[in-house]
Each structure stands twice: as structure tokens, then as C-alpha cells.
Design a binder for this molecule. Structure first.
Ligand code: ACO
Length: 332
């Protein structure tokens, strides 16, 4: 049975850098509050007409393809993770399919929010293991700066999130012991309403009303403390679940790439797993939380800066809305 290997990674972030001081001109917030609680100093915001979820994905995908030495024509399937698709339907997979010279390949969207990219990678891994496809493009891309309100009533979430895209080319390999060793996927829907955007949704006869706008009911909601507590539990747990399958210990990891939820969450994972700083990736300071794009952005930067070497044991991990959480263990 073939296994799957990441052979190219790419990323794209919009040009516009938005600092905490920039946000403090739009709402009652300040650099100290944001840095102390989240570790974020700046994020990128998309420019309408220039960037979109699909456009950013295409740019990240082209870089990943070039690095893998592949052409768009070589790709057999697209798995696209996002919570902020250009349209409500169709999904972003097809919007990416038409942007590069892909064949008429299948393209699916994954709605795993912060865990979306790791779920997408797992889906790609299964298609490759069954032998159905040989080369799959996995993408995470988000435009979130327009989901949150840049105002006092939106400030608790608006300061945390950013825009960007990351991509990986996943290919079949017969090299023994190399590539994606395992993936672990979990969810607990009892917590769906603890981090969610209720409106516009299909539960109500009128999807959008003036009252919703007045009351701010279109804004996402997060129970920050509950998210924090559960993240602290599930990040280490899901990584250890993958490690345990191969009798590895925390100390066997060469690099942990967690979803960039919050620098305090990353620091707590590092402490719990007793990892030295060089074994865990944190770039939230520069991009904020980019949801499905955060793991591939961190993966791409880690690869570009030489933090991932051939033969390294690398874990990707994510936790977020759903609640959903997931990990992927990779022998690079
Ligand atoms: N700037 C300044 N003050 C603010 C802001 C802001 N942007 N947002 C809220 N405040 C105020 C609140 O109104 C409140 O004021 P009050 O005491 O007068 O009522 C005060 O700051 C404290 O608010 P809390 O919500 O209690 O802030 P807390 O200290 O819990 O920090 C945070 C909020 C950072 C979200 C925290 O709960 C946390 O770290 N949660 C983890 C969840 C997380 O990081 N999620 C990321 C996305 S989800 C994911 O990726 C999995």
C-alpha cells in the first residue's frame, strides 16, 4: 500500500499589514491588551478585488506545485479547507480548480474550521492509500477580516483573526517509513455553539434581517475561556494519540506545528509536552489566527526557514470550532 508524502508547500498572505495600533483607531483596544492575551502584534487583511479565498489559495498552490516540481495538470484531486468561502455555494474547491490549468479533477471543500487543514490532509492521505489518486493538492485559505466587526462590540474576536492561505502537494510514495504515518480526527458537537457564527444560516425562515444587523446577531461568538480550557486538553491529547500508535514519546518529536490559536495556548502546549522552544512553531505574532490557513502557513514557514529536515518526526495539530480537533504525524 502506498503512503503519502508532502512534496511541496506554499503560502500567500495579503500585502496589507494591520498592527494592533491600527485596530486601536477603530475600537477601544490597545497593543498591550492584545499582546498579553494572544501574542498577536499584527495580521494581514485582504484587499477587495485583489485577494479572495480562491485567489490567495491559487497563489499558495502555485508555489507548492513549483516546489514539488509538479504542474497543475499533474494534480488528481483538490481538498480545500475554509470557513470563509468566496460564495455560500459553490465551494472554494471549484473556484481554485478554474484558476490554474487543472484537468476536470474532483474538488471538495472541508468545513473543519481551525482543524480544517489537518482534516483535509487526512482525506488526501486516505485517497492516496487506497490508490485512487497519486497527487493531491491540499489547501487552507481564509478571508476573515470581514466576518468580524471592527468596532467595540466586535473587538473580543476582531483582534484575534487574520487572512491568508497555505497549500501542500501530497504525493504517493513507496519509501518505507516515510510520509504521513497516521492522522487522528475527533469532534464533539455538544460544543458547536461555543465558537460559531449562527447567522446567516438555514435554521430561520429569514436568513438575514435588519434586526440581526442591529443586534449584531451576524457576528461570530466565542466562549473564550471554554475554548482555552479545551484547547489545553485536546492539543496534547491528540498529538500523543498519534505518537502512541508508534510507541513514540513526546521527546521523540522533532517539530510540533500547532494551529496558531493564541500564543498562550501554544506556550501551554509547549510546557505540558516539555518541548524546547525550537521544537514548536509559533508565528501568530505576525499573522494572527488564520483558522484553516494557520497550520499550512506555519508548516510553510518552518520548511522555508530550514526547521524541517529529511527524516524529522513532525506533528501537525489543531483544535477549534465544532469542537473539532485533529493531528497528523509525519516522518519527513
Ligand atoms: N481590547 C481590549 N479589551 C477587550 C477586548 C479588546 N480587543 N476584548 C474584550 N475586552 C475586554 C472585555 O470587554 C472585558 O472587559 P470587562 O472586564 O470590563 O468586562 C475584558 O477585556 C476581559 O474580557 P475577557 O473576555 O474576560 O478576556 P479574557 O482575559 O478572557 O481574554 C481571550 C479573552 C483572549 C479570547 C481569552 O479568553 C483567550 O485567550 N481565549 C482562548 C481562546 C482563543 O484564543 N481563541 C482563538 C480562536 S479559537 C481557536 O482558534 C481554537
Amino acid at each position: 500500500m502506498p503512503s503519502s508524502k508532502i512534496t511541496g508547500v506554499g503560502m500567500y498572505v495579503p500585502e496589507d499589514v494591520v498592527t494592533n495600533d491600527d485596530l486601536s483607531k477603530l475600537m477601544d483596544t490597545n497593543d498591550q491588551w492584545i499582546v498579553e492575551r494572544t501574542g498577536i502584534k499584527q495580521r494581514r487583511f485582504f484587499k477587495e478585488g485583489v485577494d479572495s479565498v480562491a485567489k490567495m489559495a491559487a497563489k499558495a498552490a502555485q508555489i507548492a506545485l513549483d516546489r514539488a516540481g509538479k504542474k497543475a495538470e499533474d494534480v488528481d484531486f483538490i481538498v480545500f479547507a475554509t470557513l470563509s468561502s468566496d460564495y455560500n455555494f459553490p465551494g472554494s474547491g471549484v473556484l481554485l480548480q478554474r484558476k490554474l490549468p487543472f484537468r476536470n479533477i474532483g474538488a471538495i471543500d472541508v468545513r473543519g474550521q481551525c482543524s480544517g487543514f489537518v482534516y483535509a490532509l487526512s482525506i488526501a492521505d486516505q485517497f492516496i492509500k487506497t490508490g485512487m489518486y497519486k497527487t493531491i493538492l491540499v489547501v487552507g485559505s481564509e478571508v476573515q477580516s470581514n466576518i468580524f466587526e471592527m468596532s467595540n462590540r466586535g473587538r473580543n474576536m476582531a483582534v484575534i483573526f487574520g487572512d491568508g492561505a497555505g497549500a501542500a502537494v501530497v504525493e504517493a510514495t513507496n519509501e518505507p517509513g516515510k510520509g504521513i504515518l497516521t492522522t487522528k480526527l475527533h469532534s464533539d458537537g455538544r460544543f458547536a455553539e461555543e465558537l460559531y457564527q449562527e447567522n446567516p444560516g438555514s435554521r430561520k425562515k429569514d436568513r438575514i434581517t435588519a434586526e440581526m444587523f442591529e443586534k449584531g446577531e451576524f457576528l461570530p461568538y466565542m466562549n473564550g475561556k471554554l475554548v482555552f480550557m479545551n484547547a489545553l486538553r485536546f492539543f496534547p491529547e491528540v498529538v500523543r494519540e498519534a505518537l502512541a500508535e508508534f510507541n513514540f514519546k513526546d521527546s521523540d518529536l522533532d517539530l510540533l506545528i500547532p494551529h496558531q490559536a493564541n500564543a498562550r495556548i501554544t506556550a501551554a502546549i509547549q510546557k505540558e509536552m516539555n518541548l524546547p522552544p525550537e521544537k514548536i512553531v509559533s508565528n501568530i505574532e505576525r499573522y494572527g489566527n488564520t483558522t484553516a490557513a494557520s497550520v499550512p502557513l506555519a508548516l510553510c514557514e518552518a520548511w522555508e526557514t530550514g526547521r524541517i529536515k529529511d527524516g524529522d518526526l513532525v506533528a501537525l495539530a489543531a483544535f477549534g470550532s465544532g469542537f473539532m480537533w485533529a493531528s497528523a504525524l509525519i516522518r519527513w
